[in-house]
Design a protein. Structure first.
Length: 103
């Protein structure tokens, strides 16, 4: 199967999953607070999993200590102090680029 077909099928599948939740919302009624709390934790956990994978693996090999790790320390500090995702992105990428240019 071609990569384009795989992307289209995956996109269609995720779209159908999302639209089914919206379509069934009237039948479900009020979402319990416990489920709302659980659903609100999904995006940060997915982002953390993607970040951890990028930090420790480079393709098919384990990544050594490099500019990625230094940049994540800066971003973690900014995140801890400000709790602002946009600021982390706007500062983190230039820090990574600067460290990569120096290294």
């Amino acid at each position: 199967m071609s990569p384009l077909a795989q992307i289209l099928i995956a996109g269609l599948g995720t779209y159908l999953i999302r639209i089914s939740f919206i379509a069934l919302a009237d039948r479900i009624g009020e979402i319990p607070p416990r489920v709302q709390t659980m659903l609100s934790m999904i995006p940060p956990s997915v982002l953390a999993a993607i970040t951890a994978n990028s930090l420790f693996y480079d393709g098919d090999s384990v990544r050594g200590f490099d500019e990625w790790h230094l940049a994540i320390v800066v971003v973690a500090f900014i995140s801890w102090k400000t709790k602002n995702v946009a600021l982390c992105l706007f500062v983190g990428m230039p820090v990574l680029w600067a460290l990569a240019a120096l290294g």
